[in-house]
Design a protein around this ligand. Structure first.
Ligand SMILES: [Zn+2]
Length: 372
């Protein structure tokens, strides 16, 4: 086939836009890198402009070109030569690829749907990297995602109306209802699982004999009959150990009948707040303790509601099934590689993200085909 064949030429404008979406995706990925680094640290994402976190060198525009800069500087700061994480390159490249894939998959029939999926995918990439590193998905992505999904559903009902009748909620033109319904299903289903998980694993509240002594050392919590590493308890910044101590002894002081709340970064005893780093050892007498521990948290509930708003309610069930499957597979692999400790620290958010991508590129078609 000659490149001057009219059939080939007819493809040119479409693939011109494929290239544009790839480049645009890389630029968006560069911005996502800023979000991934700054948002969990509570810094502004617009100010100050890009700088080296090591030497504070302000990066000029010609050294802030997605993909090229990282390769050109061989992953080092132009000023102080400090290494720049390969994550910067990966996020840019991945976002570019995913944007182009959204366009290739949906651009020909539903260009607006392709555009909305690009926005959604950008949020997924940032949320996955932040959750993986910090065990938290910022509300900008979860609550913001629910709002954005509902607004997009209202203006672009094709997000939901292209499902067959029985997979659709409401009339084809009622994207708003379908978006809201998807968000509610997403939240309810995951919230139910979080609650059930607490019931099933029952590790949330631990009862002891009256006047039991528990000890907090620098690295572990010693309960009667078991010792738990803090790494296994504090997954997210909001995770807390809570109990009422009949008696609480620190090295230099003692409390009687006081409420205690310990987080990774903060120890509250009654009205006092201390830095856990400064407390080497603590002994308490109590008969009950509340430990945080569940695979999924409320962040995942909000995150899944955003999935439902963008992708529709059938996606909620698909994403749930596929993410559990990927999670189990990852668990088995890690156990086989004898890296179980590392695995038990992987949050659930990244699995949800991978499952949502599978839905967009494969699962959606597959589900429509299956029900026909
Ligand atoms: Zn530097």
């Amino acid at each position: 086939m000659s490149i001057f064949d009219p059939k080939v030429l007819a493809q040119v404008p479409f693939h011109f836009w494929t290239t544009v979406t790839f480049v645009f995706g890389c630029v968006v990925g560069s911005f996502l890198n800023v979000c991934i680094y700054r948002m969990p640290r509570g810094e502004s994402i617009v100010h100050p402009p890009s700088h080296c976190p090591h030497c504070n060198y302000s990066i000029p525009w010609y050294l802030n070109i997605p993909l090229f800069t990282w390769v050109f500087l061989r992953g080092r700061c132009a000023n102080c030569r400090a290494p720049i994480s390969v994550r910067y390159f990966l996020v840019e490249f991945l976002t570019g690829l995913l944007f182009a894939a959204c366009w290739l998959k949906y651009g020909a029939h539903w260009p607006w749907v392709a555009l909305v999926y690009c926005v959604f995918v950008a949020g997924l990439v940032a949320a996955a990297f932040i959750d993986f590193e910090h065990y938290i998905i910022p509300d900008e992505f979860t609550i913001g995602g629910i709002g954005a999904g509902i607004v997009c559903s209202f203006f672009i009902p094709e997000l939901h109306s292209t499902f067959p009748d029985f997979l659709r909620f409401g009339k084809p033109e009622q994207g708003l209802y379908a978006g809201c319904f998807g968000a509610v299903i997403g939240a309810v289903v995951i919230y139910g699982i979080v609650r059930l998980g607490k019931l099933a694993f029952g590790r949330h509240e631990v009862q002891f004999e009256p006047n039991t002594k528990i000890v907090f050392t620098e690295s572990t919590l010693k309960l009667p009959g078991q010792e738990i590493q803090y790494g296994e308890i504090f997954y997210r910044d909001t995770d807390a150990i809570v109990f009422q101590a009949q008696r609480l002894e620190l090295i230099d002081r003692c409390y009687v009948n006081v409420a205690v709340r310990l987080r990774r970064d903060r120890l509250q005893i009654g009205e006092e707040t201390l830095d856990p780093e400064q407390v080497a050892c603590m002994e308490a007498v109590t008969d009950q303790i509340v430990l945080p521990r569940e695979a999924m948290g409320l962040g995942d509930v909000k995150f899944m509601a955003a999935f439902g708003a963008f992708l529709g309610w059938p996606a909620v069930f698909f994403v749930l099934a596929v993410s559990s499957f990927i999670g189990a597979l990852a668990g088995l692999t890690m156990i086989a590689l004898k890296k179980k400790e590392r695995y038990s620290q992987i949050p659930f958010g990244p699995y949800l993200v991978v499952a949502a991508l599978v839905w967009i590129f494969i699962g959606r078609d597959w589900m429509v085909w299956w029900f026909r």
